[in-house]
Structures are given as C-alpha cells and as structure tokens.
Design a protein around this ligand. Structure first.
Ligand SMILES: [Mg+2]
Length: 377
C-alpha cells in the first residue's frame, strides 16, 4: 500500500468562543479543525485531525498549507509503517515547527493501519487496559454561584471531576476555588487550569488554597518551560501539578520526570505529534507512577485518537471531555464536530465512563455534505 496524497480540509468552528486567561495576553479561543485526509493507492483513506484556536480561521488555513507541504514527503511510501513515517517527518518538523501537521498525519496513518487490518487503533496499541472515565472541562467564564449550579448538573451525569478556568489573579482565584469547593455536590472533584499564567510565587499562593480544599489537580500553574518551577510546586504543595499540553513530542518528558515536576501528564494529541508521541509519553511515565490524562479539548477525529491512546495505556484511567455549552440537555453529548457522520459514537455514559469507537481505525467517518457546509479551503 502506498500514500498518494495528503489532503488538508479546513472547517469552520462548530462551537462558540472561550475566554482564556493571561492578563494582557488573554484571548478568545475556539476550535477550528484541520482534517488530514491521507489517500492511498488501495482506496483506503485515513483521517487525522488537529485544530487551531482563532475564530477567523487564518491560522488553520496557514496550518493546512504546512500539512500539504509536509505530506509530499510521504508520497509513494507505505502508510502502515507508522513509526518509520513519524521519524521521517519529525526530521523536518523539528526544524520547521509543523507539529500540528505531523500530529494530524500521524493520526491518519494509524487510522489507515487500523482500517487495513480490520482492527480499532486501541487493539494495535496493545488492547484495552480497564475502565476509562471522562472528566468535564467546563470552560465557560461564570460567577462561582452559577458554577455551583452547573456542578450539580455535571455530578448528576456521573463525571468524577469538573475543571474550571483559573489564572485570574490570587484574590479572584482564591474566592472562586473556595466558593465552588465548599459547595460541590457529593462525589464530584474539582480541578483548576491557569494556562501557564502565574509566576512560581503567585502559583504557590493559589496552590495553597487548592491544596487546602483537596483539589484534584492544578493545571499549568506556570510556563511549561519552567521545569524547576513546576518541580518546586509539585514538591511543596499537596495538590498534584499537571501539564504537557504545550510540549512537543515525547522528548521533554525526560526532563520533567528527572525533575519530578509533574504528577499528571496531559499531551495534546493534535499538537504533541499524534498517537505515536502521546503513546510514548504514556510508556515513559508509567514506571514513575505518574498519570496520563490526555488533553482532549477539541474536534472529534482528534478526540477519538485521544480515546484510543487513553484506553490502551496502563497509566491512564481519565480523559478530558469539553462541555462547551450549558444549553444542552445532556452534558455527555459530543457536539463539536457535526461534519463527522457518527460523532454521537463519542458519548459519556451515566457514571462518567467513555469508550473509544470499536470500528476499524479511529472509527469515525466524515459526512461529505456537511463537510462542504463547514469547509473554509
Ligand atoms: Mg489546559
């Protein structure tokens, strides 16, 4: 089997915008998907996906050009030798920075490998290891009183944890954490994400409040480049420190493990280098008793790829699930990818469990008519 062409498809975001903290650098983010369609001479088409965060779509259109250019490196080669292809592309990507392209293409190659062998990707990764639950990322900026109401809704569904946005200053965060944590429904844990906003000193103060209230984790308290800062927080606070969504490939995990900087590793499959890189992070952290909780905020094909890695990793029993709207009846419903014909196959069941699709490959198919409605390129 040979690769004939890598075709990027840019799609308009199907969800609204989310405000991310960062002081002067705060911005409104969304989910603009770039699907990698990898065509082969035997008619098997692989699907992979990355996404960009700008509502205008400009960054996604630029990423698509990079994906197309990188795709030429693969023409005439066997898509089923995924790891060999990953390393051939990485030689270029580490110089050019097209990690989004590498990630989507890698996912598409695994999809082909699965479709060609009639097996879901989790089988190719070694099979499933146990029950997987989804935690709810609730990114809507709301006052604490309203978050408490939403917490009841998420707890009723069975999500074990609710993650809210922090990073809005020590006083604001302290008040929000305290109010929400003291009014949480039984059985629901709380996590916070400050998206690399704080200095170590400020993160320490917010982390003390998080520790006092028994939060599940404190995500990206400081810059992902500040390995020693994360290590200090991880050593001095009882709340577990998590990060990795801004790291590229699996190589940075070496330094993070040596410094004991994190308890929870959150590679973003759309960016880290796809299934190949995320699965290697999972393998590296397992002997250190660290947890894999994939960053999986985004569109369905990439989400499915994240589910397959999570389901097959002994270091993983939890995955992110974005609840993008408070106006849906069922917060376990997946709504970000109407252009995927069977996006409803991704669903959080009562009790908070979630399973990867069990059709061959990643298990999702495009609805070509809806793709044309959303298509930007
Ligand atoms: Mg995050």
């Amino acid at each position: 089997m040979q690769i004939e062409q890598v075709e990027p498809v840019v799609l308009e975001s199907a969800i609204g915008t989310v405000s991310l903290p960062g002081g002067k650098n705060a911005f409104d983010a969304t989910v603009t998907p770039v699907v990698a369609k990898v065509h082969t001479d035997e008619g098997v088409v692989g699907l992979g996906e990355t996404y960009l965060d700008d509502p205008s779509g400009h960054k996604a259109l630029t990423a698509a050009k990079g994906m197309e250019a990188l795709g030429h490196e693969l023409e005439g080669k066997d898509p089923r030798d995924v790891v060999a292809r990953w390393h051939e592309l990485y030689v270029h990507v580490k110089r050019e920075g097209s990690f989004r392209a590498l990630s989507a293409i890698d996912e598409a190659l695994w999809d082909i490998k699965g479709k060609a062998s009639g097996k879901p990707v989790y089988e190719l990764l070694g099979g499933r290891v146990g029950e997987l639950k989804a935690y709810a990322t609730f990114p809507l900026s709301k006052p604490a009183e309203q978050l408490i109401e939403d917490a009841g809704w998420l707890a009723d569904k069975g999500f074990p944890t609710m993650k809210i946005v922090a990073g809005h200053g020590i006083d604001n965060d302290t008040e929000k954490i305290t109010t929400v944590a003291e009014n949480l429904p039984d059985g629901l844990g709380l996590a916070i994400d400050s998206n690399t906003t704080y200095t170590v000193q400020d993160a320490m103060r917010v982390g003390e409040v998080a520790s006092e209230h028994g939060l599940e984790w404190f995500e990206e308290p400081v810059s992902h480049t500040n390995v020693q800062g994360m290590a200090q927080l991880n050593r001095d606070l009882s709340v577990p420190i998590s990060a990795y969504q801004n790291n590229l490939a699996h190589y940075p995990a070496v330094d993070l493990l040596e410094a004991n900087a994190l308890e929870i590793y959150q590679p973003a499959l759309d960016f880290v280098g796809g299934i190949t890189a995320a699965d290697r992070v999972a393998t590296m952290i397992e002997p250190y008793d660290k947890k894999l909780v994939p960053h999986a905020f985004g569109p369905a094909i990439n989400y499915s790829a994240s589910l397959h890695v999570a389901a097959a990793s002994p270091a993983c029993s939890l995955i992110e699930f974005g609840v993008y709207s408070d106006e849906i009846d069922d917060p376990g419903e997946y709504i970000a990818s109407p252009y995927v014909a069977n996006q409803t196959d991704i669903y959080v069941q009562g009790g908070g469990t979630i399973e990867p699709p069990d059709e061959p490959g990643l298990g999702l198919e495009l609805d070509d008519e809806v793709v044309e409605e959303y298509r930007l390129n």
